[in-house]
Ligand binder design. Structure first.
Ligand code: ZN
Length: 239
């Protein structure tokens, strides 16, 4: 019995220590401006021809491409040369947020090279999110929003286990932190040469007759957590 009590005490003090270690981390919700060289892409990508094999050769064979959207995804990956050696998959789901960057939590315990990230793409039918799901976006907007999601991956990849814990806690617990992180992640495509594409996404979501359907009822939420087309335009213009 005594041994059991000791074991419980040891485990709970270990957990308290871990929780404290997470709490004392200082994790800025803002994205960093990349210091490495980035590409510049054309303002409109939709009408060009792309050779998927050449794109895959650029991004590495550790990247998953969602069926039917291979080219848009591969272009978004090429914008992040710093993720060339990182394992990232893009998979369809039948629920959840329209898109979400996640990681295999267990891979956080191993070396950074072994981390596995996944971008979840809601592809369910008859959902409230229908107007803004990947399948309904114009090509350039697809590239733009996938580049936003890869911006999350670039951010996660810089965090260690404790920092990731603090980030997750802050993101869920504070609206301001959540908004600062998402709005800053909207700038990642801009930093990586795909400013026109994230602008086209933001414009589509707000002003397209079909895409804007959801926005009508969710304007306050969307404009709080994501940059508007006008805000993005001002940033792109001042670059
Ligand atoms: Zn996001």
């Amino acid at each position: 019995m005594k041994l059991l009590i000791r074991l419980v005490l040891l485990l709970s003090s270990g957990l308290i220590f871990l929780a404290l270690a997470v709490v004392i981390q200082n994790v800025d919700p803002h994205q960093e401006i990349p210091t490495t060289e980035t590409y510049t892409f054309a303002d409109t990508l939709a009408y060009d021809q792309y050779d998927l094999d050449s794109l895959i050769a650029m991004i590495g064979d550790n990247k998953g491409l969602p069926p039917g959207f291979e080219v848009a995804a591969a272009i978004a990956y090429t914008a992040y040369p710093q993720l060339k050696d990182v394992n990232i998959d893009m998979v369809f789901t039948q629920g959840g947020a329209p898109m979400m960057a996640s990681l295999d939590i267990w891979s956080l315990f191993g070396s950074r090279n072994g981390r596995r990230y996944k971008i979840l793409l809601n592809d369910s039918k008859d959902t409230y999110f229908d107007p803004i799901l990947l399948r309904n976006l114009p090509f350039d907007a697809q590239v733009g929003i996938l580049a936003h999601e890869l911006g999350h991956v670039a951010y996660y990849h810089q965090l260690n286990l404790l920092e990731f814990g603090k980030w997750g806690f802050s993101y869920l617990q504070s609206d301001e932190y959540h908004a600062a992180h998402e709005r800053s992640t909207d700038l990642m495509p801009v930093y990586h040469g795909l400013g026109s594409q994230i602008y086209q996404y933001a414009y589509y979501v707000r002003h397209d007759p079909k895409g804007g359907e959801l926005y009508k009822g969710a304007k306050e939420f969307i404009d709080k957590y994501y940059m508007t087309d006008k805000e993005l335009w001002n940033v792109i213009k001042s670059e």
